[in-house]
Ligand binder design. Structure first.
Ligand code: NDP
Length: 241
């Protein structure tokens, strides 16, 4: 059955692949993005999927954006919290703006979207929420206290919300990708990236399909017994329990 699915940060990288996966499953997919209108236009031209601009870190903007999507397309039953940014630096050199931006975009965004959409999902007794964390939220990463805190926070958020929503037919799960070949990772200096790849047992970066297929699996209506789980997809780089 086709449902309305929203993917935050859906216009590029992992988010785009998830949008396409969900569309291929027969869902009406809507992407969100933060500010890159050109990338969003190219995405919509490529995929036929509409894109809505709002800042996932801003509660009022999220509420207005999601209400607009519901009025245009119908109730949102599948939510993928994928939008994310990095602002790296060791703690001593990290200013408040870089802390706040990363926490707001990566973690507060999950509160903003879920607080807006969970009441409707509860009423309809169905929901699939997938939160994109990171291996760095599981293992920790030098120079990323902000990103690591946000991505670890997503894992706790996922488990707590899974408990709160389980009896309403809503599942809440996290995916923790390892290093995936997107613009975010292409921004890492080549010598650092080479060292990272050497630490990945399968010997390569992930590709966006490695993550989007898992998101499709977790969004599947049949998979109603998987909730509060974290799916680590990292080529064996880190084996979290
Ligand atoms: P990209 O940088 O390729 O794309 C990020 C997307 O998020 C874009 O669509 C961007 O929109 C959107 N976005 C950024 N800030 C906001 C905002 N404030 N409001 C709304 N949308 C926003 O990212 P990736 O595909 O690499 O990463 C996707 C997710 O996966 C992130 O949460 C990331 O942390 C996580 N992840 C990525 C890994 C990797 O190796 N790539 C590894 C582990 C986790 P716009 O184009 O307008 O800027």
């Amino acid at each position: 059955m086709g449902r309305v699915a929203v993917v935050t940060g859906g216009t590029r990288g992992i988010g785009e692949a998830i949008c396409v996966e969900l569309k291929n499953m027969g869902h009406q997919v809507v992407a969100n993005y933060g500010g890159n209108d050109q990338a969003a236009k190219e995405f919509t031209d490529r995929t036929g999927i509409p894109a809505f601009k709002f800042d996932v870190g801003d509660y009022d903007a999220v509420e207005a954006g999601l209400k607009q999507i519901e009025s245009d397309f119908g109730p949102i039953d599948i939510l993928v919290n994928n939008a994310g940014i990095t602002r790296d630096g060791v703690l001593a050199k990290m200013n408040c703006d870089n802390w706040n931006a990363v926490l707001d975009t990566n973690l507060k965004s999950c509160y903003n979207t879920c607080h807006t959409l969970v009441p409707g999902m509860r009423d309809r007794k169905f929901g699939r929420i997938i939160n994109i964390s990171s291996v760095n939220g599981q293992a920790g990463q030098y120079g990323q206290v902000n990103y690591t805190a946000a991505k670890a926070g997503i894992l706790g958020f996922t488990k707590a919300l899974a408990l709160e929503t389980a009896k309403y037919g809503i599942t809440v799960n996290a995916i923790a990708p390892g290093y995936v070949d997107t613009e975010m990772v292409r921004a890492v200096p080549a010598d650092v990236l080479e060292k990272i790849v050497r630490r990945i047992p399968v010997g390569r970066l992930g590709n966006t399909g490695d993550i989007s297929r898992a998101a499709g699996f977790l969004a599947d209506e049949q998979n109603s017994f998987i909730t509060g789980a974290t799916l680590s997809i990292n080529g064996g780089q880190f084996m979290a329990n």
